[in-house]
Design a protein around this ligand. Structure first.
Ligand SMILES: Nc1nc2c(c(=O)[nH]1)N[C@H]1C(S)=C(S)[C@@H](COP(=O)(O)OP(=O)(O)OC[C@H]3O[C@@H](n4cnc5c(N)ncnc54)[C@H](O)[C@@H]3O)O[C@H]1N2
Ligand code: MOO
Length: 470
C-alpha cells in the first residue's frame, strides 16, 4: 500500500469512527430528520444540516457521509497526473493547454488592408496605378509593386499593402473619373491599414498553460500558426457494464432489461472531462471482471452493477482478490448508497456504480465527477456545477451552487438525497419519476438537488449539481 493509499484508508477509517454512530450507542434523531414520517416543524437550514450530518448506517454496513465521500474522491483525483501529448487541432477541443500558447508569427503577418477600396499614396486626388491585375491587389497574392506618390491602386480586404501606401480609402468614400480617384474627405494617415504585428509579435504569449481549448482558442491557435497543440491528456476511462440480464438492443423480454447504462455512462464521463475509451458488457462473469481489472490501461475504470451483496455481485470479491484499496465503500446517499471508490494495485482508480440506473447517476456525480474535476490540469469541459475547474487542490467545496427549492422535498432521516430538479424561476422544483430504477426524471432535469438528511421546506436554499448539458 502506498503512502497515499494508507492516508486515504486511514481517512476512511477515521470518518467511520468519527461519523458513524457506534454499535449499541443511542442514535437519537438527527436534527431536521423525520420522527414520525412527517416533515419536522423547523427543519435545520441546508448548511446546518450538513454540519450536523453524520455517516449513516445501512444494516451493519457503515457508509461515508456524502460530503466526505466527495472529498475523498477529490483527493484521489488530485493525486493523478495528466500527461502532455500533442494533438492535431481537430482533436484538441475541450483539452487544456500543457504549455502556454505562444504566437509562431506576427499577427497580422504583413501590413494588410482592412477594407475593400484603394491603397493611396500621399494626398489626393490620385492617379490610378496599374496593379498588374485588372481586379487590383488581391488577398493571398505575393508582394505588390511599390505605389508611387500621388497614385492609387484598387485593393481588396486582406491584401498586402503596397510599399509607399499612406492609407486605404474605402470604396464607398471615393469616385473614379478618367482614371483619377477623388475623395470628398482625405483619409487619415494609416487609415484602414492593419499594421504587421498589431495583434501580436512572434513569441508573444497568447494564453497561459492550463487554459481550456475552446472553439475560439482553436481559431487563435490556427491563426498563430499552430497545426497541433501540446495538451494535457484527459483521464482515460473504461466502462465495464455488469449483469447477465442486460440486452444490448431491442425491447425488454423474458425477464431481461435493456442496458441503460452502457449508452449513458461513457458519454457522461466525456462531459465530465474524461476520454471514454471503451464500454464493454461483461455479464455476471467474475473471471472476466477480474481479468478486465487486471489488464486495464485506463486511469479510471467505472463498473455498473454488482456492487451489492447478491450471489452474482462480483465487484467487492474481485477488488479483494486483486488487493485493491477501498477508499470509499458505501455512501450515506439515496439513491446509490452501495457505490464505491477503489484504487487498483497498478494505480488506476475504480468507481463502482450501483446497477439501478438513477443510483448509477448518483454515484457518477458523487465519486467520478469530483475525482475527474480534481485531476490537475484536466477537469470537466463545463462541470455539473458550471463552476470553473478548481486548482491543483481539487477542492470541490466552492463548486455546487445554492438555489431555493420551491417545493417541499422529503428527506431521508440519515442520508443525503440527490433529487432530480428542473429550473423554476429563480429556484428549482423537484421532478416526478425519480425512483432509483428510473431515468425519466433525470432525463428532464437540469440539476440534482442535494437534499440534506431530514429534507427541506419550500423556499429553502439547497445546493445543486448542475447537469453538464443544462
Ligand atoms: N440486501 C440488500 N439488497 C440490496 C441493497 C441493500 O442494501 N441490501 N441495496 C439495493 C440498492 S439501493 C441498489 S442500488 C442495488 C445495487 O445493486 P448492484 O450494484 O449489485 O446492482 P445489480 O444488482 O447488478 O442491479 C440492480 C438493478 O439494476 C438493474 N441494472 C443493472 N445494470 C443495469 C443496466 N446497465 N441498465 C439497466 N438496468 C440495470 C438490474 O437489472 C437490477 O434491477 O442493490 C439493491 N439490493
Ligand atoms: O442505490 Mo439504490 O438505488 O439506493 O436503490
Amino acid at each position: 500500500m502506498s503512502g497515499d493509499d494508507l492516508a486515504d484508508a486511514l481517512a476512511l477509517a477515521n470518518a467511520h469512527r468519527d461519523g458513524a454512530p457506534r454499535a449499541g450507542a443511542p442514535r437519537g434523531t438527527p436534527r431536521g430528520a423525520f420522527r414520525d414520517g412527517r416533515a419536522p416543524a423547523e427543519p435545520a437550514s441546508g448548511e446546518d444540516a450538513f454540519r450536523e450530518e453524520r455517516a449513516g448506517r445501512e444494516g451493519s454496513v457503515r457508509h461515508l457521509a456524502w460530503p466526505r465521500a466527495r472529498a475523498a474522491a477529490a483527493r484521489a483525483g488530485a493525486r493523478r497526473r495528466a500527461e502532455p501529448v500533442t494533438l492535431p487541432l481537430e482533436s484538441a477541443l475541450g483539452h487544456r493547454l500543457a504549455e502556454p500558447l505562444t504566437a509562431l508569427t506576427d499577427l497580422p503577418a504583413f501590413d494588410t488592408s482592412a477594407m475593400d477600396g484603394w491603397a493611396v499614396s500621399g494626398p489626393g486626388p490620385w492617379e490610378l496605378a496599374d496593379a498588374g491585375d485588372a481586379r487590383g491587389v488581391l488577398a493571398g497574392h505575393g508582394a505588390p509593386p511599390p505605389l508611387p506618390d500621388g497614385h492609387a491602386v484598387r485593393i481588396a480586404t486582406g491584401a498586402r499593402i503596397p510599399p509607399g501606401t499612406t492609407a486605404v480609402l474605402r470604396s464607398e468614400y471615393g469616385e473614379v473619373h478618367d482614371r483619377r480617384l477623388r475623395a470628398p474627405r482625405a483619409p487619415q494617415h494609416g487609415a484602414d491599414i492593419r499594421p504587421r504585428g498589431q495583434e501580436c509579435r512572434a513569441g508573444d504569449r497568447l494564453l497561459p498553460a492550463g487554459a481550456r481549448i475552446t472553439p475560439a482558442v482553436l481559431g487563435l491557435a490556427a491563426a498563430a500558426g499552430w497545426d497541433g497543440l501540446p495538451v494535457l491528456r484527459r483521464p482515460r476511462a473504461e466502462v465495464l457494464v455488469l449483469g447477465d440480464e442486460l440486452l444490448a438492443s431491442g425491447r425488454p423480454e423474458g425477464g431481461r432489461v435493456r442496458d441503460a447504462l452502457g449508452p449513458m455512462i461513457g458519454p457522461w464521463l466525456e462531459c465530465l472531462g474524461a476520454e471514454a475509451v471503451s464500454t464493454r458488457r461483461l455479464g455476471d462473469d467474475a473471471d472476466a471482471l477480474r481479468a478486465a481489472l487486471e489488464g486495464t490501461t485506463a486511469d479510471l475504470v467505472v463498473t455498473t452493477g454488482g456492487t451489492a451483496s447478491g450471489p452474482v455481485d462480483h465487484v467487492h470479491p474481485a477488488l479483494r482478490e486483486l488487493g485493491a484499496t477501498l477508499l470509499v465503500d458505501g455512501v450515506a446517499v439515496r439513491p446509490g448508497h452501495p457505490m464505491l471508490l477503489a484504487r487498483l494495485p497498478a494505480g488506476a482508480h475504480l468507481v463502482g456504480l450501483p446497477g439501478n440506473p438513477l443510483a448509477a447517476v448518483s454515484g457518477l456525480l458523487t465519486l467520478a465527477e469530483p475525482l475527474l474535476r480534481a485531476v490537475p490540469g484536466a477537469g470537466p469541459s463545463g462541470g455539473p456545477s458550471g463552476a470553473p475547474s478548481p486548482g491543483p487542490s481539487g477542492d470541490p467545496s466552492a463548486e455546487p451552487l445554492t438555489v431555493p427549492l420551491v417545493d417541499e422535498v422529503h428527506g431521508h432521516p440519515r442520508d443525503t438525497r440527490l433529487v432530480p430538479v428542473v429550473q423554476d424561476g429563480l429556484g428549482v422544483r423537484s421532478l416526478r419519476f425519480t425512483g432509483p430504477a428510473m431515468l425519466r426524471g433525470i432525463a428532464a432535469a437540469t440539476a440534482l438537488a442535494v437534499v440534506p438528511p431530514g429534507g427541506v421546506r419550500p423556499g429553502t436554499g439547497v445546493r445543486v449539481l448542475r447537469l453538464p448539458w443544462a
